[in-house]
Design a protein around this ligand. Structure first.
Ligand code: NCD
Length: 319
């Protein structure tokens, strides 16, 4: 892996599997009583968050700390950005302070790429979500979670060949869907996008995904191995994309009846934060088939693996 993780497409199949394997080692560390490795001692990781986030920011913070890096959390609110300081000035300030890695989340699609190609920052850069574009570490933690559910302790070295994954809901505004599409294809899975036409991008037919316009029919006919529900991204909606929340929940929300329609081995994912009662109901979210909390826990291990791969320049034979 080189210095940047901007897109899920940056990873070859071998590189993706290697990160997931390193994350397996990190998960073992996270199960120990002392959850800490000295690997990144002396390195500085900056979390540069221009957009609200709970789990991704905390997850990166914990990941960096468990590798013994120094961590600076920078959020746009309460910083000089709210006084009008630009991305360039902010980046150059961090550079002057000696950041070895910058983890950036921004509401503008392409922000991480701008930072990477600007020359303002010499360190590693990780895209932690840019607008509606990409969120590669989410795709990695989702792939890790799928592998773990299927292969348990024998996950190392495995890809996701032939796995049928249905991604459901607000595809249009979802960087999670985009990064998952890329990584799942790299790992050999079969991707199905299931959404109302208003919530699919206009160029969706060019995607390497099968398109469906009915959730119930897809569950019945395709019998997916994995169903990934997406949050309705109300903050990115500047128009009306569906008649009402009630209508959306009825047609597109995951609920107890749809849970019964899943095949017994199938599982239900959601990147969080969930709109309970909208795209997923409480019975499904809290069911044994739900991987929501596993995804959160796995996120720390996967981000440790990503920071390790970008910053240590060595292979993780010692974890
Ligand atoms: C996702 C995000 O921010 O893109 N959440 C996350 O990273 N945990 C998905 C979402 O906000 O719906």
């Amino acid at each position: 892996m080189n210095k940047y993780l901007l897109s899920a497409a940056d990873l070859t199949r071998d590189q993706a599997i290697e990160i997931l394997d390193i994350a397996e080692g990190m998960a073992d560390v996270n199960d120990r009583e002392i959850k800490k490795l000295p690997t990144l001692r002396g390195k500085t990781v900056v979390n540069l968050f221009f957009e609200d986030s709970t789990r991704t920011r905390i997850s990166f913070e914990l990941a960096a700390k468990r590798l013994s890096a120094d961590v600076i959390n920078f959020s746009a609110k309460g910083s000089s950005v709210s006084k009008g300081e630009s991305l360039k000035d902010t980046a150059q300030t961090l550079e002057a302070m000696g950041a070895d890695a910058v983890v950036i989340r921004h509401s503008a699609s392409g922000a991480a790429n701008v930072l990477a190609h600007s020359g303002w920052i010499n360190g590693a850069i990780v895209n932690a979500g840019d607008g509606t574009h990409e969120h590669p570490t989410q795709a990695l933690l989702d792939a890790f979670t799928m592998r773990k559910r299927i292969h348990g302790d024998n996950s190392k070295g495995k890809a996701l060949d032939g796995l049928k994954v249905a991604i459901v809901g607000d595809i249009l505004h979802s960087r999670v869907a985009r990064s998952n599409l890329l990584l799942l294809n790299t790992l050999g899975a079969e991707v199905h996008f299931v959404a109302p036409p208003t919530l699919l991008p206009s160029d969706a037919s060019n995607f390497k995904a099968k398109l469906h316009y009915s959730l119930d029919e897809t569950l019945l006919t395709e019998k997916p191995d994995v169903v990934m529900m997406l949050r309705v991204q109300a903050e990115r909606m500047n128009a009306s994309y569906f008649p009402s929340e009630r209508e959306y929940a009825r047609i597109w929300g995951f609920n107890a009846d749809r849970l019964k329609a899943l095949k017994p081995s199938a599982f239900l994912m959601h990147p969080g934060p969930m709109n309970r009662g909208l795209e997923i109901d409480a019975v499904s979210a809290d069911s044994p088939q739900s991987t929501v909390l596993e995804q959160v826990a796995n996120g720390v291990s996967v981000r440790m693996a990503v920071l390790y791969s970008l910053l240590s320049g060595e292979r993780a034979t010692d974890v």
